[in-house]
Design a binder for this molecule. Structure first.
Ligand code: BES
Ligand code: ZN
Length: 629
């Protein structure tokens, strides 16, 4: 489809898609929307949220009213919201306070249903509530945990099912709504959301936001702190603490180019402005694709722009994920696999094929490791998951990202890039602001890309990719000339006469270093590491990816000279992707867990619940942070 037609059909869909579907259609969809939500959208569904909130840093609490415009079926009797660890104070139906509301029993990690009695002609429901200490989406930071050390900081992380811990909502990726918000914060701080944002601090402390495009609840986001905005390009910019904003703007200088490249490939950016907010280092993820405002870890500020594929990734979610959304968390690969594919297309377009090939090779290594780790759980290596009764977090592995990526690359190579791009363009345009299931995507693929050619469908082994374990044998193979050079140096370094001074690392990029470090054998030995460290000062590396990989080798080989840096890294950084392998390596090196637990006990107060939930399990801590050891 050409661009103009694409945009027109996109606009048509905005005005007639979503909640105005007949309630029968809604009912049919309801069943598979609801795997991780108590909502009953076929009976009553939210359309628009007006959130009025006050941020209280002293109490570490949000006090708020969530006022929802709703749409009801002709026989609607109730509307159901998801809540978890919220205190519900009052409920109003069409402006009149009601006592006809109930909170159902608690289900592990899902929380509770909040049911409000309504009539078929009810238009609005207002819930007055406050958050509690159990709000897992929120991380409250004291000034010491920020770059500036003077002001406190708050940020949210709603994906996958944590939005319900800070807003009562219909918390399913299959339910979309628009929103506006008024947020009051202490004077001198700035509030930003996944919405239209201020570009300067307002001394009143009151900020207004609008998100005019319908989004699912997992994309609700708020951050409050001493923030400054810096424009990067025509419709791109960065937010960070004042002491970091200059470095952030430099690191992400290519954002506008990335945005233009993305638009060239998959059509117009649907969200007007694209900014990145760099958070304090306890942010548990690399990045989170909150619409209009990606949240990102400061660990990608390497000083040389070498870790900005993450920005391309979160930007790519503006199409895959935010515009066309997985209907349930079982379809998570539709969000992440597509996004990794798109991320690498953007990186290829902006930095060239050799660069993108390195990213792909590292991705393949991640995939191979994940497949190995999941040997005993083959069903978790399917693209389509079955997470009913499980925490969606269980399904958020490299399978969705990298097996998803290789599936799409395999199709691309089979049909040719031009045809595949055309198909994907049409896919984003015709499903804009809607959700899709894996099955709907496969039907679309079969009919519109493969033109119902059974032989092609079979040759591509599509069902095996999606519903089978492991990696099908028709997976494309990948290579990188730049990594081949590294392999030679690994060999040389490990050979009898090899040493750190003999190897040629001139002009190596971050990715080549990662490849090198990943290919040192697990038992390379502390003396070889010392040799490398003396020449390349890897223990002191300011590049978080290189440092984290290096620390793994150091732990495995008991290279004690890195111990102090390992500890201070684990205490400062809260990014789960780094923490899990490092603590696992510590646990493996010392099965008594003594060393791992000693560091963790110190570091834990700095981590977000997303990270502590995973680490408590690994290190046998209870949810109050007490060790069994
Ligand atoms: N949407 C994800 C982060 C996420 C996934 C949060 C599941 C909660 C549950 C985000 O787009 C992402 O994939 N981030 C990656 C970086 C990316 C470059 C692979 C991360 O944080 O490591
Ligand atoms: Zn992602």
């Amino acid at each position: 489809m050409n661009r103009v037609v694409g945009i027109i059909s996109l606009l048509a869909l905005i005005s007639c898609g979503g909640p105005s579907e007949s309630s029968q259609e809604n009912k049919a969809k309801e069943e598979n929307i609801l795997t991780h939500s108590f909502a009953r959208p076929a009976e009553a569904q939210v359309n628009h949220l007006n959130l009025i909130a006050t941020v209280d840093f002293d109490q570490r609490q949000l006090k708020a009213s969530a006022i929802y415009d709703i749409e009801t079926a002709s026989d609607a009797k109730r509307i159901v919201f998801d809540i978890r660890n919220l205190t519900i104070e009052k409920v109003f139906v069409d402006s009149a306070e009601t006592k006809d509301w109930w909170i159902g029993p608690e289900v592990p990690f899902l929380g509770q249903p909040l049911e409000v009695a309504i009539a078929p002609n009810t238009k609005q429901v207002r819930i007055d509530y406050s958050t509690t200490e159990g709000a897992e989406a929120l991380q409250w930071l004291n000034p010491q945990q920020t770059a500036g050390k003077v002001h406190p900081f708050l940020f949210t992380q709603s994906q996958a099912i944590l939005a319900r811990t800070w807003i009562p909502c219909q918390d399913s990726p299959g339910i979309r709504y628009t929103y506006e918000a008024t947020v009051t914060v202490p004077s001198g701080l700035m509030a930003v959301m996944s919405a239209s944002n201020p570009t300067a601090i307002d001394s009143s402390g009151v900020y207004h936001f609008t998100m005019n495009q319908p989004i699912p609840s997992y994309l609700m986001a708020l951050a409050v702190g001493d923030l400054e905005f810096r424009k990067v390009g025509e419709s791109t910019g960065v937010y960070a603490e004042p002491s970091m904003v200059q470095a952030t703007a430099f690191e992400f200088e290519d954002m506008q180019k990335m945005l233009e490249s993305a638009e060239k490939i998959y059509g117009k950016y649907a969200w007007d402005q694209y900014d990145v907010l760099v958070l304090p280092p306890s942010f548990p993820f690399g990045g989170m694709e909150n619409p209009r405002l990606t949240f990102a870890t400061p660990t990608i500020l390497a000083g040389d722009k070498s870790l900005t594929a993450l920005v391309a990734h979160e930007l790519a979610h503006s199409w895959s994920g935010n515009l066309v959304t997985n209907r349930t968390w079982d379809d998570f690969w539709l969000n992440e696999g597509f996004t990794v594919y798109f991320e690498r297309r953007i990186m290829e377009d902006v930095y060239g094929t050799a660069y993108a090939d390195m990213l792909t090779m590292l991705g393949k290594q991640d995939l191979d490791m994940e497949l190995k780790a999941l040997t005993d759980k083959p069903e978790d290596t399917h693209l389509k998951l079955d997470l009913l009764g499980r925490n969606p977090d269980d399904g958020m592995t490299n399978i969705a990202y990298e097996k998803g990526y290789f599936f799409l690359r395999t199709i691309e190579e089979y049909v040719g890039r031009e045809k595949f791009d055309q198909f994907l363009n049409e896919h984003f345009a015709s499903n804009a602001f809607q959700t899709i299931t894996t099955e709907e995507f496969l039907t679309h693929l079969k009919e519109d890309l493969l033109l119902n050619d059974q032989a092609q469908y079979a040759a591509l082994k599509i069902d095996e990719w999606v519903y089978g374990p492991g990696l099908p044998e028709n997976c494309i193979s990948v290579s990188s000339a730049l990594f081949d050079q590294v392999n030679k140096q690994v060999e040389l370094f490990l050979s009898a006469e090899g040493n750190a001074n003999a190897i040629d690392t001139i002009d190596w990029t971050t990715h080549q270093w990662l490849h090198f470090l990943r290919h040192l054998p697990g038992d390379v030995g502390a003396s070889k590491l010392k040799d490398l460290d003396q020449r390349f000062a890897l223990t002191k590396s300011g590049n978080s990816e290189i440092a984290a990989e290096w620390f793994l080798r150091a732990i495995e080989n008991d290279y004690a000279a890195a111990n102090d840096e390992i500890e201070s890294f684990l205490i400062r950084v809260g990014r789960r992707k780094f923490l899990m392998p490092m603590y696992s390596a510590l646990a493996k090196a010392d099965p008594t867990l003594e060393r791992a637990c000693a560091i963790y006990a110190q570091a834990r107060p700095n981590y977000h619940s997303v990270s502590t939930n995973s680490l408590d399990e690994l290190l046998e801590f209870d949810s109050n942070g007490q060790t069994a050891k």
